[in-house]
Design a protein around this ligand. Structure first.
Ligand SMILES: Cc1cc2nc3c(=O)[nH]c(=O)nc-3n(C[C@H](O)[C@H](O)[C@H](O)COP(=O)(O)OP(=O)(O)OC[C@H]3O[C@@H](n4cnc5c(N)ncnc54)[C@H](O)[C@@H]3O)c2cc1C
Length: 601
């Protein structure tokens, strides 16, 4: 029997022995895929529940019958801090239950074939080699930089810590298994603070673009004007955005595959008279399988592994996979190469006069510090994350929110106030939306999940985050600013209004103390009574940890993308954005990387 069996049975209200064994085994597998702190936290949490059970009932959780388990759950959820522990434990357990109890059908039809990439696993790469340029990270920024340099005739090597994923894997393996592999730390990375913020980042050839939702917004004019005032040349930025859009084949999402979740968002917004439309996306042939976050089983979403990277390879670039850049080698203030580690711990070095760092906003500051290049006092500071939250509406008829486009409709009515609402739903159990309750009531919620429509909102935040650390694990601190907590509350009420307008019988708030609202007044009250710590947050867009700008004191990176204080090192990823981009950032990051790479001599 699994050590988690008692916890699974109690919190998820599972009575059938077969279901219990499968969900417990799956929860154990999730635990094994998590980094040590999260794994130990899961075990310790389960152990604490068992101890509490003995104290409260005189029996271990495993020995309680279903009625007594439910009574114990009711006791736990009525008191702090036990209620918070239950909410935390529910996240991996719901992932396990969603996968085992609500499996989604396999992908039908032929996928778009994988693109040709020149990938070599680090184990087969020589210990010492040379290149005109080394790009660290193959995500949004790195792919664009590599393509630009390779097309100018340079020999380019892209170093990527993750591995290559083929579309066959996205069809043959359950979404959860892929999810655990495709993300750093199995997707469990957190920013610490009150409240903590889940901060998932991709780790694969193609970076986070392999798992993102495919939403494509151009950088708003007001953001570019702010950047111009900071000394960032943005006159040609429109042209760079055009080129990125052409690369990603960005187009308005047709209504056909939207799915009921998106249609309800459109209906609700229309009844309120709010501006809303299907999003512009880089998935022109999307069939609505709803699995963007775990790799598209049709290769319909155009992550950079399907365009900018193969184009870079066609121009001669090579990708060395499972190579983690340890440090940039510098002699007398000039970059001379990069040292990386293979998974077996052995090292490889690539000698080069040009290093482009594109390891993402949390990893880039760590790499620079490991390389002795982290001296600028602002490095790692002032990170924005677009804190995001979501609500669900319960409808009389099935919605099956996971069948359709994962992120389908944008509602921009409040965008002027920094609130962007997007209809976003994930495969069962994988949504970051917290289903309410514990025990058999939670089990009923899970079984009823097909009647929920889910909306998400992200806000343009103050740069409240900081990346600490110099080794491999980023320690991220994020303290939600007071005005941002107020915006998130507004966003919750606004999303609830849309769902009620679309006909929801009730709204699940995600707030632990007042999880259900039957009308707008109840929702407004529930949100007003919630503390910042009650907000259930995720941040999908960390940016700004190595800002670019003219002011030397404020910006570690100069306006051309060059890291100050060393020659031959450029930064070309989310880290360089001078302030929160206020929209989903992939186009902005890629356009900025393109601009920076064009200027590299
Ligand atoms: C679930 C989710 C959904 C999203 N949806 C959207 C969306 O719909 N629209 C949108 O615009 N944006 C979206 N984003 C965000 C967007 O994808 C990212 O902002 C963008 O990809 C960041 O680009 P980047 O180049 O900075 O980093 P990444 O794309 O994350 O690439 C960094 C790469 O560097 C590698 N790396 C890190 N350290 C090292 C090292 N030491 N050595 C070698 N390699 C290393 C990583 O493995 C990774 O592959 C989403 C993000 C998430 C998590």
């Amino acid at each position: 029997m699994s050590a988690l069996t008692g916890t699974v049975a109690a919190l998820l209200g599972i009575e059938d022995a077969g279901d219990l064994a499968r969900v417990s085994a799956r929860a154990e597998a999730i635990g094994r895929a998590l980094p040590a702190p999260a794994r130990l936290g899961l075990r310790a949490g389960a152990g604490t529940l068992d101890t509490l059970s003995r104290l409260a009932t005189g029996h271990r959780l495993d020995d309680l019958d279903a009625d007594r388990r439910d009574a114990f759950c009711a006791l736990l959820t009525s008191r702090e801090p036990a209620a918070r522990l239950v909410e935390t434990l529910k996240i991996p357990l719901l992932l396990a239950a969603g996968t085992e109890l609500l499996p989604i059908p396999g992908a039908a039809g032929e996928p778009r074939p994988d693109a040709p990439l020149d990938c070599t696993p680090s184990g087969e790469w020589p210990a010492c080699s040379t290149a005109d340029a080394v790009v660290i990270g193959s995500g949004a920024g790195g792919a664009m930089a590599a393509r630009t340099l390779a097309r100018r005739g340079m020999s380019v090597v892209i170093m990527e810590e993750g591995r290559r994923f083929a579309v066959a894997e996205f069809r043959d393996r359950p979404p959860l298994d892929r999810f655990l592999d495709l993300y750093r730390d199995g997707g469990s990375s957190m920013a610490l603070g009150r409240p903590p913020v889940l901060l998932p980042e991709g780790r694969a050839v193609g970076g986070t673009t392999v798992v993102n939702s495919g939403t494509c917004y151009r950088t708003p004019g007001r953001v570019l004007r702010r950047w111009a005032a900071l000394g960032v040349p943005v006159e040609d930025f429109g042209g760079h955005l055009d080129e990125v859009e052409a690369t990603l084949r960005v187009a308005r999402q047709p209504v056909g595959p939207l799915g009921r979740n998106g249609l309800l968002a459109l209906e609700g917004a229309e009844r309120l008279g709010w501006r809303a439309a299907p999003l512009r996306r880089n998935a022109p042939d999307c069939v609505g399988s709803g699995q963007c976050a775990a790799g598209c089983p049709h290769n319909a979403k155009y992550g950079v592994h399907l365009n900018a990277l193969p184009q870079a390879c066609a121009a001669g670039a090579r990708i060395v996979t499972r190579a983690r850049a340890e440090r940039i080698l510098v002699e007398r203030g000039v970059a001379v190469g990069v040292r990386a580690h293979r998974p077996d711990g052995t090292a490889l070095e690539i000698l080069t006069p040009r290093v482009v760092v594109a390891a993402g906003a949390t990893q880039t500051p760590l790499l620079l510090r490991r390389s002795g290049l982290g001296g600028h006092p602002e490095l790692g500071r002032g990170m924005a994350v677009h804190p995001a939250t979501n609500v669900a509406g319960r409808f009389a008829e099935p919605v099956v929110s996971w069948s359709g486009v994962m992120q389908s409709v944008g509602i921009e009515e409040l965008h002027g106030d920094g609130i962007l609402i997007e209809a976003t739903a994930s495969p069962p159990g994988m949504s970051s939306f917290p289903l309410p309750g514990a025990g058999r009531s939670l089990r009923r919620e899970l079984e009823d999940a097909d009647r929920l429509a889910v909306l998400g909102a992200m806000i343009a935040d103050a740069p409240s985050g900081r990346v600490h650390g110099a080794r491999h694990r980023a320690l991220v601190r994020y303290d939600l600013a007071g005005e941002d907590a107020a915006r998130l509350r507004r966003a919750l009420v606004a999303m609830g209004r849309i769902l009620f307008a679309a006909g929801a019988a009730e709204v699940l708030t995600g707030l632990p103390r007042r999880p259900v609202a039957r009308d707008e007044a109840e929702l407004t009250h529930a949100v007003a009574m919630a503390s910042a710590a009650d907000l259930h947050l995720a941040g999908f867009h960390p940016t700004g940890t190595a800002k670019l700008g003219a002011g030397e004191a404020r910006a570690p990176v100069d306006p051309s993308g060059r890291l100050r204080g060393v020659r031959g090192v450029h930064i070309a990823d989310a880290s360089v954005l001078p302030s929160c981009p206020e929209v989903n950032p992939q186009l902005t990051i890629m356009a900025m990387a393109l601009r920076i790479a064009e200027g590299i001599e």
